[in-house]
Design a protein around this ligand. Structure first.
Ligand SMILES: [Zn+2]
Length: 136
């Protein structure tokens, strides 16, 4: 008698993994994007420490404080999505920066998320938070 159970189970498992692969990739892009925003937040904090507690008006100014001395690119969009979203011009004591656009919808993250502010947390959207520091 010929056994077909194991190959069939392996094929189903492979099909399941291949079917979910784009979703896993989308989630890894979100994690990388959150890492970028954490890096931007740290650079903004360093800049503010050197600038009497004030944040810059443009994000490009913090490039020397970044690991690669360039504004990172969102892996899902393939471009810098952060400079366009950065806002501090009206109030140099505060800022908001986020991934501009609908780049992470495949991972169930709404447009213009993840985001962070001077309070130090990165928000994923839909009430999910990764708390780097307690909000003030
Ligand atoms: Zn992004």
């Amino acid at each position: 008698m010929k056994r077909v159970g194991v190959p069939l189970a392996a094929m189903v498992l492979c099909a399941l993994v291949l079917w979910r692969l784009p979703v896993y990739k989308a989630y890894s892009y979100v994690e990388s994007c959150v890492g970028n925003i954490h890096q931007l937040r740290r650079a903004l904090d360093m800049y503010a420490t050197d600038s009497s507690g004030r944040f810059p008006r443009r994000l490009e100014v913090i490039a020397p404080y970044l690991r690669n001395t360039t504004i990172p690119t969102c892996p899902a969009a393939g471009v810098d999505t952060y400079s366009a979203s950065y806002s501090s011009a009206s109030d140099p004591d505060n800022y908001t920066v986020f991934c501009n656009g609908a780049n992470h919808e495949r991972a169930d993250v709404p447009p213009n998320f993840p985001r962070a502010s001077e309070r130090g947390w990165v928000e994923y959207g839909k009430g999910r938070f990764d708390v780097g520091r307690d909000p003030i």
